[in-house]
Design a protein around this ligand. Structure first.
Ligand SMILES: Cc1cc2nc3c(=O)[nH]c(=O)nc-3n(C[C@H](O)[C@H](O)[C@H](O)COP(=O)(O)OP(=O)(O)OC[C@H]3O[C@@H](n4cnc5c(N)ncnc54)[C@H](O)[C@@H]3O)c2cc1C
Ligand code: FES
Length: 286
């Protein structure tokens, strides 16, 4: 039996994370409105993880509360990478404290340690400069701006960045971007009173020669998928599902695609939008 070339290409893109978890020292943290950017010195992983890949994190102490939760590590995209001439490179993780794991990670102080493994999965593929669709349009919603930030860092001035947030408090994180993003908020307190997908709609109406890179909540990703499908615009979507291991062992992250079921930790979290019937599958999101 021969494999579909599209499926084979997916397998070939898979990366292998360094085996096992490593202890990483917290070297700083900054609040950006509703979010916290936590910096950790990675003692062992590659210094150039691909935007859209992710790490599994757990605090080295105080991870199990009185009820034992969160117990399992949690998945986080790196939001920024910084070289460190005196030691290992630094990884910045943008967190929204929504539960026991993110609460504990957001409370980590400089000098404390966390368990880190990764980078896992396949990230965004850079736009092909030779293609007429070489213009990169990046769309991030809420905490989904994390992998969009590191992709924007990599693409520099060549990227158009569109961000959507619930409130002004969340939109404060837009200041992290070097290239000035276009911002929309649900309540109209900052930027345009609209959804980020409304801004994307207008951007593609203006010029549809683009590749779209998106990360955000499932309804946003489904709107991006449908919008791009209707216009024949190529899109890459960074998806989320429940993840317990990151190594392809637990099958907790399985998602339905046109090619059958895929494990998002191996063959995602970034998938070509054209491979999905919908981004609103059961278990999508956190
Ligand atoms: C590949 C990947 C990359 C990710 N990258 C990031 C990242 O960069 N930054 C980040 O903060 N999170 C990120 N997440 C999401 C994060 O792993 C989950 O939100 C995680 O479950 C949080 O753990 P917890 O113990 O704090 O909350 P949990 O106990 O797991 O969740 C508590 C409750 O909050 C809800 N919830 C979870 N997340 C959110 C949210 N963002 N908004 C509203 N409600 C929510 C859950 O549905 C649940 O009801 C990523 C997930 C994946 C799969
Ligand atoms: S997270 Fe365990 S198989 Fe993907």
């Amino acid at each position: 039996m021969s494999l579909d070339p599209e499926v084979l290409a997916t397998y070939e893109r898979r990366t292998c994370a360094p085996f096992g978890r490593r202890r990483a020292c917290v070297v700083g943290g900054e609040d950006h409105g509703a979010y916290r950017l936590l910096w950790a010195a990675d003692p062992g992983g590659p210094a150039d993880p691909c935007p859209g890949q992710f790490y599994m994190l757990a605090a080295a102490s105080g991870w199990g509360g009185s009820d034992g939760r969160p117990y399992l590590p949690r998945a986080f995209s790196h939001a920024r990478v910084a070289p460190d001439p005196d030691g290992p490179h630094r990884l910045g993780f943008l967190l929204e404290a929504v539960g026991p794991g993110t609460d504990r990670l957001a409370a980590l102080a400089t000098g404390e340690e966390l368990w880190l493994s990764g980078p896992f999965g396949t990230g965004f593929r850079p736009p092909d400069p030779a293609s007429h669709a070489g213009r990169a349009v990046l769309a991030g919603g809420g905490i989904g701006i994390a992998p969009i930030l590191t992709l924007a860092d990599e693409l520099g001035r060549d990227a158009t960045v569109l961000l959507g947030f619930r409130t002004a408090r969340h939109a404060a994180a837009a200041n992290l971007f070097d290239v000035k993003p276009r911002v929309a908020t649900d309540d109209g307190s900052v930027g345009r009173h609209a959804l980020v997908t409304d801004v994307l709609h207008d951007e593609l109406d203006r010029d549809a020669r683009a590749t779209v890179f998106a990360c955000g909540p499932p309804p946003m990703l489904e709107a991006v998928r449908a919008l791009c499908a209707a216009r024949g615009v190529e899109a890459q979507l960074a998806l989320e599902s429940g993840m317990a291991c990151g190594y392809g062992a637990c099958f907790g992250c399985v998602v339905p695609t046109r090619d059958g079921f895929l494990r998002l930790c191996l063959d995602g979290p970034v998938l070509d939008a054209a491979r999905l019937e919908t981004a609103l599958f059961e278990g999508a999101g956190h």
